[in-house]
Ligand binder design. Structure first.
Ligand code: ADP
Ligand code: MG
Length: 324
């Protein structure tokens, strides 16, 4: 993506906001965009508004030295992933930046990563906030869905199939390699830095999936939220967890551990009635995206992981939790 004009000279908050405004683009549904005290949206009739927000802190959600464009991409991608999980079509976004200093090159690269992704999905930047402080990014995304049709964590029934999109564990493996001082595979770096929100899948699952969540904190933790909300349990066959070639070359228990507890996958995990495998095949072909049945919903509670030999896989860590 090319930006309309270079950011420099920049002296302060107002210059940055004005520069960001010039890049944000037009949108017929935005009655008032960046530049006033608040934005005004014209909501299409017959739609519900779906809103979500995410904060990314330097040193926790991304490394201080992570390339700025990937931080821009990821801070939007994780937020859009939440809209995908609700089956919503993303439309608008607000961006709040807390910056330790005014570094035009960093901001320009960040915005380039952010707006490349927003434009890919037809999402318009309508406002935000810019202040000084520790490096942190907050993104609020707004999307639309037909009334009553949003997907939620509640609604899975015993007997439903548990399905995940794409592959699990690539980002976790890349992180593990980096913390061991090794260099991760390109596909792992891509998964870690430039996840793609599964928007088309989410909107296609409306009226098909019985529940849906995006996998941000690890499959076990996130599916745990679904079974709790749906008042059922889930059994996962760990050999069916979709893995890329790097993970397949790892020792199997290590692989399953990364796939079940590693965060940052941003795939969708959903449940669907057992008779609907043809729907899965058709969707997978249409979207060019793997959809793997990894288990089923059951009566009871919690998520049980079963190994190929029929033994239960015991795990000591169920996803990343702040303050723990
Ligand atoms: P106020 O002080 O009234 O909150 P600001 O100076 O923070 O106003 O913001 C002025 C305008 O610029 C608002 O429309 C706000 O939404 C927008 N804005 C500020 N920072 C950003 C940003 N990082 N990205 C997009 N819009 C921004
Ligand atoms: Mg403000």
């Amino acid at each position: 993506m090319s930006l309309q004009s270079p950011i420099e000279p920049v002296t302060g908050e107002f210059d940055v906001v004005e520069w960001i405004r010039q890049q944000a683009g037009e949108d017929a549904n935005v009655a008032l965009g960046i530049g006033d005290d608040a934005a005004i949206l014209k909501l299409p009739p017959g739609r519900e508004l779906v809103i979500t927000t995410d904060t990314l802190n330097a040193g926790i959600h991304f490394a201080h030295n992570a390339p700025a464009d990937t931080v821009g991409h990821k801070s939007l991608a994780v937020c859009l992933s939440d809209l995908a999980a609700m089956g919503a079509t993303p439309r608008w976004v607000l961006l709040s930046l807390s910056l330790p200093s005014m570094e035009p090159a960093w901001i320009e690269s960040f915005i380039k990563g952010f707006l490349s992704l927003s434009k890919e999905f037809g999402v318009t930047l309508i406002g935000g906030d810019t202040c000084s402080g520790e490096l942190a990014i907050n993104v609020t995304a707004l999307g639309l869905v037909e009334p009553g049709k949003a997907l939620t964590r509640k609604g899975a029934c015993p007997g439903d199939l548990v399905v995940v999109s794409g592959r699990l564990g690539d980002a976790a493996l890349a992180l593990a390699r980096m913390s061991d001082g090794e260099s991760p595979a390109e596909s792992g770096l891509q998964a870690l830095h430039k996840p793609m929100p599964r928007i088309a899948l989410g909107t296609s699952l409306v009226e098909k999936a019985t529940s849906c969540i995006d996998i941000s904190d690890g499959l076990l933790a996130d599916l745990g939220h679904v079974v709790l909300a749906s008042a059922c349990g889930a059994v996962i066959d760990v050999e069916n967890l979709p893995a890329g070639p790097e993970l397949l070359s790892c020792e199997s228990e290590h692989r399953w551990h990364l796939q079940l507890t590693g965060g940052d996958d941003y795939e969708l995990c959903f449940s669907i009635a057992p008779g609907r495998t043809a729907v899965l095949e058709q969707l997978s072909a249409e979207l060019g995206l793997a959809l793997s049945v990894i288990g089923r919903m059951v009566e009871g509670e919690g998520v049980t992981c079963v190994k190929p030999d029929g033994q239960v896989l015991e795990l000591d860590l169920a996803g990343y939790q702040h303050f723990k």
